[in-house]
Write a protein that binds this ligand. Structure first.
Ligand code: FAD
Length: 477
């Protein structure tokens, strides 16, 4: 008789790998199917949204959830976290108010203190009193005159380095520096893949597309689903759909109709001149989808910088945000977007959009004019459950017995989803009640930093990105 797995997870993005690793941590046998050659190889991420400060339009409640979930993920994958702060500003041309951002930050500091009180190990964003700093006109003028700092340690030193480059006279004051860090997807993917390969509790199937799912729940067998791949059929008790923006395809196969949005987006990789010291991530807020959409400049190693520009000719695309239609759980992108996802980008498309991105940054960082194309963009699509396009926290839903659908919007929600699924499979008697909750994942913790360094570099190269994108600006022990 063929083996029966407790859980079958379809999709090895950040959500699927965290679910598989958390199941394995409790000794729960599972099988993870990923159609690509490595895990965490679909929708990209670069920013740990530990407070939602990149989103002036979302509720304070969502900002708190993003902070908590980001802390949880940073504790799980510390080697993927780049501990440099984020510079948050509003250009004078924009209607957003600094006061609104500040009011939210006050609430976030209190909330961060509560999280630390619950568990002192949650203090991964520095001291709560230092979570953010504000800089008025006089502070900016003073710091702009200071020497750049090779290895910045304090908020003022990071701000000094930023002010060597940013034309701050265009910005409303105060300007904010917040402890939202960088998040390296290659390093997270490498650690997860090494851990999944190592643990006997997970059968990791790479290069394996799930082509069909057979619902055998009504047959009263020892399992509920048959998962078909090209060469095999696997019997499993509990099905987890973590297919990212393609979760709708599995829903359709199960005759489930669900409302969801999917959005295709891209971030561009540029190479710039060497500068005197590292800079924070730079954010210039602006109304999404307008020519003044938010600009985000993310520093990487070796003078590489990634750019998001929330305009239609940079990060966003015509018909890039689409909704499921009647009787169709899976929204379908048009041909132009599908081609980019399935076959890669045309050279002139990459050059044109990267140049648009460089031009947008140049508005606020004049010397960025000299930046050039660094590599192909990082791109992908994310799902948004329901029909609210500004929702930034999505978790999990349980549409029917023995079936969970991960609906994360931001990578930070992955551990929350894994925990909710582990609770559910106990309620549905797939596994006996877990007696001791484990706060650490020893499988992940057993992977040495050197192995993460090696595999993350290999993954970046294999995916045709510069190796530097797999390194942290601020190296960690
Ligand atoms: C441009 C961009 C920038 C972003 N930046 C950030 C950021 O800075 N911070 C942040 O937190 N979030 C960010 N996000 C969101 C983040 O990328 C997503 O939240 C996250 O990657 C979703 O993970 P997932 O595992 O649900 O889905 P995915 O990453 O999409 O993974 C799904 C996986 O399922 C596999 N799959 C699908 N169908 C099958 C099948 N039939 N058989 C086998 N495998 C299958 C796919 O190959 C894929 O690997 C960004 C998104 C985009 C598009």
């Amino acid at each position: 008789m063929s083996k029966i797995y407790n859980v079958g997870v379809i999709g090895g993005g950040v959500s699927g790998v965290v679910i598989a690793l958390e199941l394995a941590k409790y000794g729960i046998e599972n099988i993870l199917f990923e159609k690509k050659e490595s895990v965490v190889n679909s929708s990209p991420f670069c920013h740990l949204h530990a407070g939602g400060n990149l989103y002036p339009d979302i509720s304070t409640e969502q900002c708190k959830v993003l902070m908590k979930q980001s802390i949880d993920m940073a504790r799980l994958f510390p080697q993927s976290i780049d501990q440099r702060p984020t510079f948050i500003s509003i250009p004078k041309t924009e209607t957003y108010k600094i006061k609104d951002l500040q009011d939210r930050l006050v609430v976030l500091v209190d909330y961060y203190k509560t999280l630390i009180k619950e568990d002192p190990k949650n203090e991964i964003l520095g001291a709560p009193e230092e979570y953010y700093n504000t800089y008025n006109k006089e502070d900016l003028e003073h710091l702009a005159k200071q020497e750049a700092v090779k290895t910045p340690k304090t908020a003022n030193q990071w701000m000094t380095n930023a002010l060597k480059l940013v034309d701050y006279k265009q910005l409303k004051t105060p300007v904010i520096l917040v402890q939202e860090y960088g998040w390296n997807l290659f390093r997270l993917g490498a650690q997860a893949q090494l851990a999944l390969t190592k643990t006997p509790q997970c059968n990791l199937q790479l290069n394996t597309n799930v082509s069909k799912i057979e619902d055998v729940r009504h047959l009263n067998l020892d399992y509920n689903w048959k998962i078909h791949t090209k060469n095999n059929i696997y019997n499993i008790k509990y099905l987890v759909n973590s297919c990212g923006f393609k979760t709708g395809k599995i829903d359709e196969a199960l005759n489930l109709n669900v409302k969801r949005l999917i959005e295709f987006k891209a971030a561009y990789v540029s190479k710039w001149q060497p500068i005197d010291g590292p800079i924070p991530e730079l954010i210039f807020h602006g109304k999404r989808g307008t020519p003044n959409g938010m600009v985000q400049l993310t520093p990487y190693c070796n003078d590489y910088y990634q750019i998001h520009g929330m305009t239609k000719d940079i990060t966003l695309f015509d018909n890039g945000l689409i909704q499921s239609k009647n009787n169709q759980a899976q929204p379908k992108f048009n041909e132009a977007i599908n081609d980019r996802i399935e076959s890669g980008w045309k050279k002139n498309d990459i050059e044109e959009r990267t140049q648009n991105a460089i031009n947008l940054v140049t508005k606020f960082v004049p010397t960025f004019k000299s930046a050039t194309l660094g590599s192909a963009p990082l791109y992908g699509a994310q799902q948004i459950p329901g029909d609210d396009p500004i929702l930034r926290v999505g978790e999990v839903s349980f549409p029917s017995k023995f079936y969970a659908r991960s609906e994360i919007i931001k990578a930070s929600s992955a551990l929350t989803v894994a925990n909710q699924i582990i609770t559910k499979i106990q309620e549905e008697h797939i596994i006996p009640k877990i007696k001791t909750v484990l706060t650490k994942n020893d499988i992940l913790n057993s992977i040495p930093k050197e192995s993460i360094n090696t595999l993350s570099s290999e993954l970046a190269i294999q995916r045709q990105y510069p190796e530097a994108l797999a390194k942290l600006v601020i190296d960690r022990d």
